[in-house]
Structure formats: C-alpha cells, structure tokens
Design a protein around this ligand. Structure first.
Ligand SMILES: Nc1ncnc2c1ncn2[C@@H]1O[C@H](COP(=O)(O)OP(=O)(O)OP(=O)(O)O)[C@@H](O)[C@H]1O
Length: 273
C-alpha cells in the first residue's frame, strides 16, 4: 500500500451541477414531463432505491436536471472512497466534476495532486490519430521527457497487443481494441488521485487478468482512490470510506462497514414496506 502523502486532497464546497434540457422548452412537453415526474417522485419518496435526479425549473424557467445539490466533501491521502447509490444518484457526475469535465453551477472544487480518471475507454483520445499518435498526444499533455515517452510507448504497445493496428487511426478500432489502448494508456502512469467509474474490464480472459494486475498496481500507488460501483463485495474489498448518494445529495458518509450496514438496512426496510 502506498504511504499517505498529506499533499493530495479533494475539497468540494457547496458544489451544485445542473444539466439544462434545452430541447424541452415547449410548454406542453414541460407539462407532461412534470406531471410524470411528480407521480414518480410521490411513489418513490419513501424509497431509497429510486432512479434519476430531480427535474426542476430554474430561476430562468429552464428545465434542468439537478445532478448534484450542495455537496460539501473533503477526501484526503490514504482514503479509498466508494460512491454508492441508486442509478442517476450523481456518482459519475461527481467524478466528472472532480476531473474538471463539468463546470460547477455553484460552489468550488479544489484538488491537489495529479488526477487520472478511468471513466470511459476513449476519453481524451483523437479518433483521427493512430494508437501510437494518441500515446504521443497523451505524453505531450502530461509533459513527459523523451525517455519517459519511449517507456510509455513500449509499455502501452506491449499491453494492448494491437500489432499493426497501433499505426492505424483509432476510429477503425473495435470497442475491445479501443478498450485495450485506452485502458493501457490510462493505467500506464500512476496518478496521485485515481477516479474510477465502475470497474471496466473487457476483452478475453488473458486481457482481463493483465488489466486487473495493472489496475491493482495503480490503485496501490495512488494516494487517493474514488470509485463508483454497484458491487458491495468490491467496495468491501477496496474501500475504507463510503459515500452514499441519493438524488444528487450525500445521504451518509463514513467507514465502510458502518455505511454498508445502514445501506442494507434501508434496502430491507424498503423491500418489506
Ligand atoms: N449530459 C447530461 N444531460 C442531462 N442530464 C444528465 C447528463 N448527464 C447526467 N445527467 C443526469 O444526471 C443524473 C445523475 O447522473 P449520473 O450519471 O451522475 O448518475 P450515477 O449515480 O452515476 O448513475 P449510474 O449508477 O446509473 O451510473 C441522472 O439523472 C442523469 O440522467
């Protein structure tokens, strides 16, 4: 396990993110949407296992999805955080906000330490460029030296096993080939802060084993890990802190066993009520 370095942190203050639904401007569509939404909400008010964020109108009368609502949170070096909650609770949005993909509507995101996000297989890659050129592109963004670039290229090439396809544009790759390249690139250099949206594993069995080993390697080296998953065994194995989200807000935050117990109790109560 990596030794805790007090320098890495994630600090979120009053973070809110809304997604405008521009195509829903027409009055009748809004009306239909809200009559449906209010029915769903009233049915689900007692339930923890709802789906999706709240849909509201903002002060300018635009229809928006409230993906995150006033999140206050600090994560420090040594923490392995699992984000849990229903589909659409805001887990991925939270990770994307930390990486800087989404701008906050309100609040602040302050981070310290290099960040790598395993969110999608082709994030940050240019489809017109070859696999090799995409490696150079990433290396340039990371500001690597000539020697480091050579190491990165060798490492990713060996891992991805794309042979002559390495020099062809990635737009012609199959999804499994893209996964090999994207995963190889994202896991080549251990970041201080590792963010993972579910555990992505694909391809044949030998690829899965290799991928798992690579993932374990960067998890061990990272000072902070934040991952979203619906798998409680994965969370129990890897996380020392759980943040339980519901409709864009934090419901509970604490040590893994404590929060998982609360979560399971809530699920049982819902299923028998
Ligand atoms: N680009 C977008 N435009 C509009 N709404 C969006 C957009 N991205 C996400 N949302 C909405 O924001 C809410 C939160 O989504 P998010 O992907 O963060 O949920 P999640 O907790 O990761 O869900 P899951 O467990 O299903 O992956 C959902 O209601 C989703 O529909």
């Amino acid at each position: 396990m990596h030794e805790a370095n007090p320098k890495s942190f994630i600090h979120l203050e009053h973070l809110s993110i809304e997604f405008p639904l521009f195509h829903l401007e027409h009055r009748s569509i809004k009306k239909t949407l809200f009559s449906k939404a209010s029915n769903i909400v009233s049915k689900q008010q007692r339930q923890h296992q709802r789906t999706g964020a709240d849909i509201v109108t903002d002060s300018n009368q635009n229809v928006v999805v409230q993906a995150l609502k006033d999140i206050n949170l600090s994560i420090h070096a040594g923490e392995r955080v699992g984000l849990i909650g229903h589909n659409g609770a805001g887990k991925s949005t939270l990770l994307r906000a930390i990486t800087g993909i989404y701008e906050p509507n309100q609040g602040k995101i302050i981070t310290n330490g290099s960040i790598e996000a395993l969110l999608s297989t082709n994030a940050g890659m240019n489809p017109q460029l070859s696999g090799r050129e995409n490696i150079y592109l990433r290396a340039k963004r990371l500001g690597l030296s000539k020697k480091e670039i050579q190491q990165l290229e060798k490492d990713v090439e060996l891992f991805a096993e794309l042979n002559e396809f390495m020099d062809l544009p990635i737009k012609i790759y199959s999804s499994g080939m893209l996964m090999r390249l994207g995963f190889g690139l994202s896991t080549a250099i251990a970041p201080n802060i590792l963010l993972m949206d579910e555990w992505f594993m694909a391809g044949d069995n030998s690829f899965q084993d290799k991928a798992k080993q690579r993932l374990i390697n960067i998890i061990d080296k990272a000072e902070i890990v934040v991952l979203t998953t619906h798998s409680l065994p994965i969370i129990r194995t890897w996380c020392n802190r759980i943040i339980w989200m519901k409709s864009g807000q934090i419901v509970a935050d604490g040590p893994t066993d404590e929060i998982i117990d609360q979560y399971q109790q809530a699920m049982e109560t819902d299923s028998i009520s």
